[in-house]
Design a protein around this ligand. Structure first.
Ligand code: ZN
Length: 280
């Protein structure tokens, strides 16, 4: 009997303990969700489609500019039919068109590929003596190696650029050709000197190899909003870099016949290198 009571008591204790533990865990999860919700949402790198889809020639816009604005306020990408380079800054979506002009893009236009996030300035650094785009990449790599190469980063690089070489591309007609083929003939290049503006840059970690381009990808827009594009090269004496580390990643997959039938087992790394560097 005594034994029975003890057992009953300890059972009751265990139940009580379990209940309070559950309560503590539940409330801490709850508190975390409530307090982290906004920062977690802001810390997502949102990606529309795969770069590999774009290199295969899927230029069919799947997400509208209005929808993209719900996923972030800063980023890079391109438009339906490959109609120019996309730069998103402070919630405004710009097109750097093939003819070298810049325009604010209407909410109804659609996007086949993009990466955006809500930009939070986690850290600011000054960098000097940028001879070319590779120096910038090296210096940024040095910086992010302190917090981890295997994370996502969005950066804004501001300053006067001694030289800035960008490219855009002509809008395409169906049937769409692969990107590397398009860029052989339909790229346009622009060289600027002593131009003030912002480079929006995305860093993808190594494990993103099948989904995007690993490393840095930069788009530029001038402060006067007259010039911009996909950065091929640049130089600058002094620049200021704002860094946003992002620990979440989300993708929106398009739903079109072309995308649904891609054979993504085909290795496109050479094509991707070609299209990123502009060396057709
Ligand atoms: Zn680009």
């Amino acid at each position: 009997m005594q034994h029975f009571i003890t057992e009953k008591r300890s059972l009751g204790h265990a139940l009580l303990l379990a209940m309070s533990l559950f309560f503590i865990i539940f409330s801490s999860i709850n508190a975390q969700t409530t307090s982290d919700n906004s920062s977690a949402e802001r810390d997502v790198i949102n990606q529309v489609s795969l770069l590999q889809g774009l290199t295969f020639g899927d230029y069919n816009g799947s997400v509208s500019v209005a929808q993209l604005k719900e996923l972030g306020d800063t980023g890079i990408g391109t438009f339906d039919a490959l109609n120019g380079e996309l730069i998103m800054l402070e919630g405004i979506v710009y097109r750097a068109a093939y003819d070298g002009t810049i325009e604010v893009v209407a909410d109804e236009e659609t996007i086949p590929f993009s990466n955006v996030t809500f930009f939070d300035n986690d850290e600011n650094i000054q960098i000097s003596g940028i001879d070319n785009v590779n120096t910038l990449k090296e210096k940024l790599n040095e910086k992010i190696s302190q917090t981890g190469d295997n994370r996502f980063y969005m950066v804004k690089v501001e300053g006067v650029f001694n030289t800035m070489q960008v490219r855009s591309e002509l809008p395409q007609e169906k049937p769409y050709k692969p990107l590397a083929v398009v860029l052989e003939t339909d790229q346009t290049f622009f060289d600027y000197e002593n131009i003030e503006g912002t480079v929006v840059g995305l860093y993808c970690p190594e494990f993103m190899n099948d989904l995007n381009a690993v490393g840095w990808h930069f788009h530029f827009i001038s402060d006067d909003r007259q010039s911009g594009g996909h950065v091929l090269n640049l130089s600058a004496k002094d620049i200021e870099v704002s860094i946003d580390q992002s620990d979440y990643f989300a993708m929106v997959l398009p739903d079109n016949e072309m995308f649904n039938n891609f054979d993504l087992t085909i290795d496109q790394s050479e094509d991707i290198k070609k299209v990123e560097t502009g060396e057709g």
